[in-house]
Design a protein around this ligand. Sequence first.
Ligand code: PHE
Length: 451
Amino acid sequence: MSSFSSKIGVLLAAAGSAVGLGSIWKFPYVVGENGGGAFIILYVVCSLVFGLPLVMNDFLIGKLSGKSAYGAFRTLSGNNRWQWLSCLMIITVTLLTSFYFVVTGWCFYYMVEAAMNTFAGMDAEALTNFFHTFEHQPTTMIIYAFIAIFLTAAVLWFDVNKGIERLSKILMPMLFLMLIAMAFHMAFLDGGTKGLRFLFEPDLSKLTPKVILEAIGLSFFTLSIGLGILITYGGYMPKEQDESMLSQEKNVVSTSVQMIVLVLFVSLLAGMIVFPAVFAYGFSPAEGPQLTFVTLPNVFQHMFSPTLTSVSFFALMCVAAITSTISLMEVMVAFICEASGKTKQPLNRHQSVTIVGVIQLITNSLCILSMTGSVSWLTIMDKNLFDAANNLTTNILIPIGAMGTSLFTGWFVPKARYQSSPLVSFIYLMMLRWIVPIVILIIFLESMNVF
Ligand code: PHE
């Protein structure tokens, strides 16, 4: 059975999964669209109040069962009734990965183009055109998505502690240092303090129910909840000498809190990089998804060293994205290894990585061909596959997965509940049984425009 060799390894790998395009690409533009400081407070509160019980729940399910998302529910419940949740998670991960690699490919492309000085002298219009032209170049997009898939598969080829753990221990500290250095650089821009004020001065009038739901949804996405990732990593937690329930639970609580703190820290740093720059050069913070790929390269052109700043920023995005794709693909690899272990022909890690890699090459190519319009019939309900997979996973499948794990532990599996302290276990149980499922139901209905 694969496992991490140290607690810090688990923490960095889990933080690597959580810190990704969500924190660095999505977080700044969602903050920008929702009025800055007030949204940040909400995001922090939601991550701690709703995110923490769910992260702990995932880790505990994995640790107590010692299994990945495939076998954990069956092992803990002792029957097959929860197998649908495992299947749902693997479908969600497969769909999510089918567009996540596409965006990861964009980051690699932008890093290479920045290094070749392509953006030099481009204004906002030229950069918008550049982005739209790229969006219609299937071959280039497929090549870069393949590079990202290949790099991820290369890491997974090794055992968990030699591949994921070792790489996370190198890449995550590097990522933190790069973020801190860039945030420091931006803080000294003339006019940059306006951006910091936007980020940290809350305007409470901006808080509407819709903004609250947006904050909860974003915190689930950035914490990698609802897909079996943290269950799988929980299954890889190293065995301790003291395997009592108390010590296992203590361990899970400390890893969960540390992971959430790291994610919040990185998201704030991403904001501290983006907003001073955006404000210093008179751009709008509410540019939406194109903030990263159009506005920022434009902002960087005005800075002291445009090439170095652009390359560093996109390199940082590549690192963040790759540590997330590693966790997504690992769930699929562990699933195949575990599921095939029951058959006459168990597959080893290398075979599973190859199968998952090939599946990803196919699904990502289909997404790209569909979104570039190269194959016109590749759509679902008038949406291209990229948008369909993005909406379906973020708005429907991730909330169902999170709600399922919450109800599983809350109502059906006492063994997986937190037990060490009566007060904490009572609050934890109420969260899993009632509050988290109801909140998720509301987000779910909201995203389907029921309200
Ligand atoms: N948490 C990752 C991010 O912020 C996205 C992700 C979601 C990764 C779910 C894995 C699973 O980008």
